[in-house]
Design a protein around this ligand. Structure first.
Ligand SMILES: [Zn+2]
Length: 398
């Protein structure tokens, strides 16, 4: 390894250790956490502090005193942010997130984008991105832009297919107009990116589960399998399309061209239609109807729960994933579907008698836009060197 790579690894280890701590660590804490000398940890931390990646907080009088001088607690800085963007069938979202995981700005515009033209939609998203960046203090550095889309993404930011948007072979990265001072976006699958907010509770801070299946419910249903903290992407990055697992081959036609896919039972529009509501009614309305005892809504929720159980039992039987996290619109019916979902899993998962799959509802903040921003910030954590050069006074692209 050359000296540049060694420096990158050491900076990354110290920064990752700092971000992973619940309590703001001192230089001595970071030396211990990374098994380096106090002098080495101090030199690395000083470099990160000089460029605002970490900042020194006031010493905490409550902390137990060690012998010698009290250490200065270190926190993630607010100078480096990432832009997280999302195109969903029902909305466009833009967020700005800093290294502490604080959302600094957010805009969401509701719309019906089924069958839309990609270019004007991406132009609107560009304007939304420009808007959320407009109020940041000068000197803020945008380390990257992540853009989440509900479909299959290929290298180079090409969206191959998003059945519910009706988009095919769209060069999303090339068509998106980046705001002034930012670079082209990294395009990713929305479920994979939303899952990042479960595997990390803030940039660089591990979440509760190393192994889980994340389901991202909207008009369609996306999925992401995370094993040992890493997404299982498959050869092309297309793994996890749980929404198109067949629940009933004789079931209703799906936008993907198949029949009886999971999203035809548990997608938001399918669920609303089954409940006898307008397809755009929204899942909170269905949940409210089911809770008030409306028979059609109860039947629709139970049908969705059974379909989820049938499809997810396939995934658990094949991959041995212990936790299922229900995200997106499935959050709103999570507690309602849980009994029938758990019952179906118990009957269909071979190992359920020994370890029953756990079903959890995703935290409210779990969105693909946020996960896209976290992913960009993780790049800074992996190699902080590009952001440690010279004083920076304005927004900078990578
Ligand atoms: Zn399908």
């Amino acid at each position: 390894m050359d000296t540049g790579s060694v420096r990158a690894v050491n900076l990354s280890r110290v920064l990752a250790a700092a971000l992973a701590q619940e309590e703001p660590p001192t230089r001595a804490d970071l030396a211990a956490a990374t098994s380096t000398t106090r002098a080495t940890a101090t030199r690395l931390v000083d470099e990160l502090v000089a460029h605002g990646v970490l900042v020194e907080a006031a010493p905490d009088a409550e902390r137990p005193r060690r012998p010698g001088r009290p250490g200065i607690p270190l926190q993630p800085g607010t100078r480096h942010v990432a832009l997280g963007l999302q195109v969903e069938v029902s909305h466009l979202t833009a967020v700005v997130v800093d290294l502490a995981g604080t959302v600094r700005a957010r805009r969401r515009v509701e719309d019906d984008l089924r069958g839309s033209d990609a270019e004007p939609v991406l132009a609107r998203l560009g304007a939304l991105a420009e808007h959320v960046l407009s109020d940041l203090p000068s000197g803020t550095v945008v380390v990257g832009t992540g853009l989440a889309v509900p479909g299959l993404v290929a290298e180079g930011g090409m969206l191959l297919r998003a059945p519910n948007l009706g988009w095919s072979d769209v060069a999303v990265a090339a068509l998106f107009p980046p705001p002034a001072g930012t670079g082209p976006p990294t395009v990713g699958n929305e479920a994979d990116l939303a899952a990042v907010t479960v595997s990390s509770t803030a940039p660089g801070r591990p979440g509760a589960h190393p192994d889980f299946l994340y389901l991202s419910g909207a008009t369609g249903i996306g999925g992401s399998i995370v094993l040992d903290g890493h997404p299982l992407t498959g050869r092309h990055g297309w793994a996890g399309e749980v929404g198109h697992v067949t629940v009933d081959p004789d079931g209703p036609p799906c936008a993907c061209g198949s029949t009886g896919c999971l999203e035809q039972y548990a997608g938001s529009r399918a669920l609303a239609s089954a409940a006898g509501l307008d397809p755009s009614a929204g899942t909170s309305a269905i949940a409210a109807a089911a809770r008030s005892g409306e028979p059609a809504a109860i039947a629709a929720v139970e049908r969705a729960g059974t379909a989820l159980g049938v499809a997810l039992a396939v995934v658990v039987n094949v991959l041995d994933v212990p936790v299922i996290v229900l995200g997106g619109h499935l959050r709103e019916i999570g507690e309602l579907v849980r009994p029938v979902l758990e019952d179906t899993l118990a009957r269909r998962v071979l190992s359920a008698g020994w370890v029953a799959p756990r079903v959890e509802v995703a935290p409210a903040h779990a969105t693909a836009a946020l996960g896209a921003a976290y992913t960009e910030l993780h790049r800074l954590v992996t190699d902080p060197r590009p952001w440690l050069t010279g004083p920076v006074t304005s927004r900078e692209a990578r």
